[in-house]
Design a protein around this ligand. Structure first.
Ligand SMILES: [Fe+2]
Ligand SMILES: [Fe+2]
Length: 162
């Protein structure tokens, strides 16, 4: 059985993950509107992954005989200045999610909830990868600057994300 504090914390994280999915879908749509179809594809895949994260929290909560309460999703931003601006915002968002996961781990430790600690291991590892993915693209985009040809080469590269 989950404690009521843990039930609420897991539910909050479910809502953080659905919000992440909406943010990345909004970023995909921004790129699509600019004809950067590769970047758009990358963010569509990212949005699906975040939905998958939300469902992991959903399934885990029910496995522990809790209940997920689906909350309202905050309207995501819809406009950015440049591809770099989008990825910088994404990187910042992932750092926020890492902090959320760290807080969850803290709570699980405090409550000696070993099952939740084990469940959260996946997200600890996942957040390292998430931050590295965004950080990597940010670094490359900083090098590229406003060079249109290189931007479209990068767009092409990210379009191959499986
Ligand atoms: Fe996530
Ligand atoms: Fe993420």
């Amino acid at each position: 059985m989950l404690s009521s504090a843990m039930q609420k914390a897991l539910n909050d994280q479910f809502n953080e993950e659905t919000a992440s999915s909406f943010i990345y879908l909004s970023m995909a749509a921004w790129f699509k509107s600019k004809n950067f179809n590769g970047f758009a594809h990358w963010f569509e895949v990212q949005a699906r992954e975040e939905w998958g994260h939300a469902m992991k929290f959903y399934n885990y909560t029910f496995e522990r005989r809790g209940r997920t309460l689906v909350g309202a999703v905050k309207k995501p931003p819809t406009d950015w200045k440049s591809p770099l601006d989008v990825f910088e915002a994404g990187f910042k968002h992932e750092q926020h999610i890492t902090a959320c996961i760290d807080n969850l781990v803290e709570l699980a430790r405090k409550e000696k909830d070993n099952a939740t600690l084990a469940f959260l291991q996946y997200f600890i590892t996942e957040q390292v990868e998430e931050e590295a993915n965004f950080d990597g693209v940010v670094s490359t985009l900083r090098l590229i600057g406003d060079h249109t040809g290189n931007l479209f080469m990068m767009d092409h590269r990210l379009g191959s994300r499986g």
